[in-house]
Ligand binder design. Structure first.
Ligand SMILES: [Zn+2]
Length: 368
């Protein structure tokens, strides 16, 4: 995963851009002086439970409109009551026969609810309907983004799905000499190892898309492979990646619930747990020499604070080796305590004076 700093809240808050566009669209269109107006006010405040209570009251007193159903259905999705949301979202799209923004957002949320229930086929159908009615730019964009991220767009039409206990795999049709059972079995074994080590795991299957190459990802309109979005229980990978790296991002996130993440630690743990058993310190030393040796010294505190200071070929093995050192010196229990806030300052707090000594020793080893 290419790392960007994020902090975790609820899964939909982690998709805050989506939520903001949803809210702004709602505000623009909710000027109709209909029975749903008060609901949208509550919705805007994030008071989803109250939207459900008041919305159901309106529905039971024959004041239901497409918008009322939409507000209730969307709120239920935000409350993670996916099963309950279907009847309201379906009613909303049925009542909006002109296929306005209500229909479009109803389909987006039907897509989301089906996805969360593990029904990817229905999720894909709903996102396509949301996109193709082209009612509002934001709904269209949301539907398109979900479809691409989840492997539900037309680019993936010929891909092969393969379900296991902990993964919902989607394999490219361009993979050659590919043994899907062997691939899946290796991933399940690694998943058990890694989740046992962390003492926890995601409570949903990991949606795992496997590409033949980067070119294929470019054609589908996704970013540089591989990457993971733990809030979406999602990995996009290409053939040839280590078995453990991307799943560690998903498992670590859900097992330890980090609130503040840094590249050094978040990538470091994924490299350390990549299941290759490679000597990462050796790899980092070699990468440093290849890049010009001494002229390329980046201190650990510096790269801890700014992950972009070194090229990936160097920073990734360095991070893996450093996390291994932290675990060796401070133990797993302290590491888990530290992991929730991965900042340098928090490490100083958890490990105290020892940290400076460990960092100095590590840098000396690195520059040998
Ligand atoms: Zn990564």
């Amino acid at each position: 995963m290419r790392f960007t700093n994020i902090s975790k809240a609820h899964w939909f808050l982690a998709n805050a851009i989506f939520l903001l566009t949803i809210l702004s669209t709602t505000l623009v269109f909710a000027q109709a002086n209909g029975p749903a107006d008060a609901l949208w006010e509550l919705y805007k405040e994030g008071n989803f439970a109250e939207v459900v209570v008041q919305g159901k009251l309106l529905i039971n007193t024959d004041k239901e409109t497409a918008q009322v159903n939409l507000a209730v259905g969307r709120s239920l999705v935000h409350l993670e009551k996916y099963d309950d949301s279907f009847v309201y979202l379906t009613k909303a799209v049925q009542l909006d026969s002109d296929k306005t923004w209500v229909y479009a957002w109803g389909q987006v949320y039907l897509g989301m609810a089906n996805w969360k229930m593990g029904d990817y086929a229905r999720a894909g159908q709903a996102f396509i309907l949301a996109r193709d009615c082209n009612a509002t730019r934001n709904a269209t964009r949301n539907a398109t983004t979900y479809m691409t991220r989840l492997g539900l767009s037309e680019s993936y039409a010929n891909w092969q799905s393969f379900e296991t206990d902990n993964f919902s795999f989607l394999f490219s049709d361009r993979l050659e000499d590919f043994d899907k059972v062997k691939f899946a079995t290796r991933h399940e074994e690694a998943f058990l190892n890694i989740s046992q080590w962390f003492g926890g795991q995601p409570d949903e299957k990991i949606r795992f898309l496997l590409y033949a190459n980067q070119e294929e990802a470019d054609e589908a309109g996704v970013g540089t492979l591989g990457f993971s979005k733990p809030t979406m229980f999602l990995t996009h990978a290409r053939i040839g990646q280590t078995v453990g790296h991307e799943m560690t991002h998903n498992i670590a996130f859900h097992a330890l619930n980090p609130q503040t993440m840094t590249g050094l630690i978040n990538e470091g743990i994924a490299v350390h747990m990549d299941q290759t058993g490679r000597n990462q310190l050796k790899r980092a030393r070699k990468a440093r020499k290849d890049k010009g040796g001494e002229s390329f010294n980046v201190s650990i505190p510096a790269i801890w604070k700014d992950w972009t200071l070194a090229p990936d070929e160097y920073s990734y093995p360095l991070a893996g080796a450093f996390v291994a050192r932290l675990l060796e010196k401070g133990g797993k229990e302290k590491f888990f305590e530290f992991f929730t806030d991965q900042s340098y300052e928090h490490a100083q707090e958890i490990y105290g004076q020892d940290l400076n000594q460990w960092v100095r020793e590590f840098e000396e080893d690195l520059y040998k």
